[in-house]
Ligand binder design. Sequence first.
Ligand code: PLP
Length: 382
Amino acid sequence: MSIPADALHAAAQQHGTPLYAYDAAELDASVARVRTAFGNARVYYAMKANPNLSILRRLHTQDVGFECVSAGEIARAAHVGATGENLIVNGPAKSPAEYALGAQLGATFIIDREEEVALLPPASRALIRVNPALNVSTHDHLATGAADSKFGVTPEQAPRIISALRAAGHTALGLHVHIGSAIRDAHDFTAAFARLNDLRPHTGPLPVLDTGGGWGIGADLPGIAREAHAAAATFGAQLWVEPGRSLVATAGTLLTRVVGTKTTGRPFALLDAGMTELLRPMLYGAQHPVTPLWQRESTSQWDLAGPACESGDLLGRNVTLPTPHPGDLLAIHEAGAYGAAMSSNYLTRPRPPELLWERSQWTVIRQRETPQDIWRAEESGE
Ligand SMILES: *Cc1c(COP(=O)(O)O)cnc(C)c1O
């Protein structure tokens, strides 16, 4: 994140806090890192990480496709001009509207259970999501490739589903695996790809292998890419990937101001942002690096607490800061993925604005909501 501190101060001054700031250069650098590592693989952005239209447009112009998991996300993809070749529709419980919208655009569907063969629109293209039944090195809520997770079909079912797809007049494009998010240990990918390789004698060659996303910040992308390409080669397949976090996390910063301090059993710095703006610490125990944008002689450790009446509303624990005073500005980093996207209106808190820093200028890419925005749908008939 290379936005200068004075630009962050200026944004907070003009637009208020909390706010999300994104660095366009870092977004582009993230795409370049993935492209460099994965070479000729097709890249589909898992837009649940951050569905802001300006970010989607930026990725679309760089020929990145989209992986969508709801009718709303498919509508966003269509809104920015994505069509069939650039779209994957996924989800464990797709609705009739999601099949119809996907079919209308010519998307590829990811089959998550055997029954879907009969639910697909006629002549669909489909990938089969395989659950490799692994213990994955991430928070339980982020592990999708474990035997007891709800995702995918068992390796034993996959060959049968390929035959069923063909018999029903669909195109069985290939296999799909996505074992979770923010994965710490690259060996998890090795193990997942090995499970796929084991299926090769039972499936024959296939046009596509989709190895999903899940790469943690700082993951060895060239290493993961080498193994993913090797797995694809086993099937004679083209490699597809679906990064979410890797394309947007490091470009985003949540800016928040110190409201005050207090000490109960622990010393707290109270912030004007919390679980409603950034849920990851509460939901996944995620730890985000922070930078205090103030200086003072003495430093000590603080818990970072939000304004919600929820004791779990913490953005950090034992964070070393110069003594905070009201109004001081704190930058919470690596917040571009699953930050704004998971922000909520709980407590009738308007979601924060989002700003893009490009060529030394700010552009508002999402306005701050108002309380009226939040209750609009409750005032029926007006
Ligand atoms: C969420 C998701 C991704 C992206 O995961 P990241 O950890 O953000 O890279 C990719 N594919 C599928 C199927 C997903 O559900």
